[in-house]
Design a protein around this ligand. Sequence first.
Ligand SMILES: [Cu+2]
Length: 350
Amino acid sequence: MKSSAILRFPAYALIALVLCGVWQNSAWAEAKWPREKAALTYAPEVPPPIARKQPSIVEVHLNSSVEQWEISPGVKYTFWTFGGHVPGPFIRARVGDMLEIHLTSGDASGMPHNIDLHAVTGPGGGAKVTTVVQGEERVAWFKLLHPGLFVYHCAAPPVMDHIANGMYGMILVEPKKGLPKVDKEFYVMQGDFYTKEPNEGQEMLEFSHEEGLKEHPRFVVFNGKAGSLIGENSLKAKTGQQIRIYFGNGGPNLISSFHVIGEIFDKVYRDADLISPPGRSIQTTLVPPGGATVVEFSAEVPGSYTLVDHAIFRVEKGAVGFLDVEGKPRHDIYVSQDDPTPCEGCLVHP
Ligand SMILES: [Cu+2]
């Protein structure tokens, strides 16, 4: 090849790539693909299964915002959120779909936010092309190449502060054939929170980067606050129903040893791998920060079942919730000579 041809080729290639890039940007906005707005839900709700058999553009609108609520009875915390909740909305799509993310910010501090989706293939998981401050909107398209249950989180600097303050959620990418049908699906996400030592009577707690660095959380909670799955907020099911929990860990630091007291998981899609055969008859499963699992079981015996991180001191930091199961007693499986003993002040046996 002549040297002039070698020199010319990169220029042509560059022009072609630029044109291709421009074409693709507008193409995905106007593509003749089917298009749908994602049915976003907040924990513990899960959007309905995907019924269609063809790929679609799935439009997702997310707004970052700063919110305050009680992280534990009597004490408030300032959360950084997707959609005003921790965790952020549950997104449900199908492998092969084109995810169309619209990210906006309502954060009056002017702090930038963005989104890194673990379901996305490409630099930063999308973070580098979605950074927004208040009043801006960024739109980006990401092809979902892998099925699974994936964490998403903000990755604006300092990344650890954005995650530690609650900027995470999950996206389920269903395999082509979908998932086995179940009766109940729940969305539960664990997170650890770090605050400065409060003064006596101080109601509003303050974030501590230093405590985060030391990995000394004051709170470890499910779904953004202690008590999110207790009392009237408990998960509910009936005996015999097939129950699926999409369980994720926003971290930022702690590995969760996810366990349901009184149950054995019929199936564990380890690390939320929805392709390999699931593990069977499993008691406790590890979920790392930025990771997830999918568990399935049916409760044969009625009563209260307790969701915990089996690193059990964390129950006192908020990592406890309940699944209340209604149904007829099963004395063929679980029976006693005497009545149950009351468990005064017990955090795990209501
Ligand atoms: Cu952020």
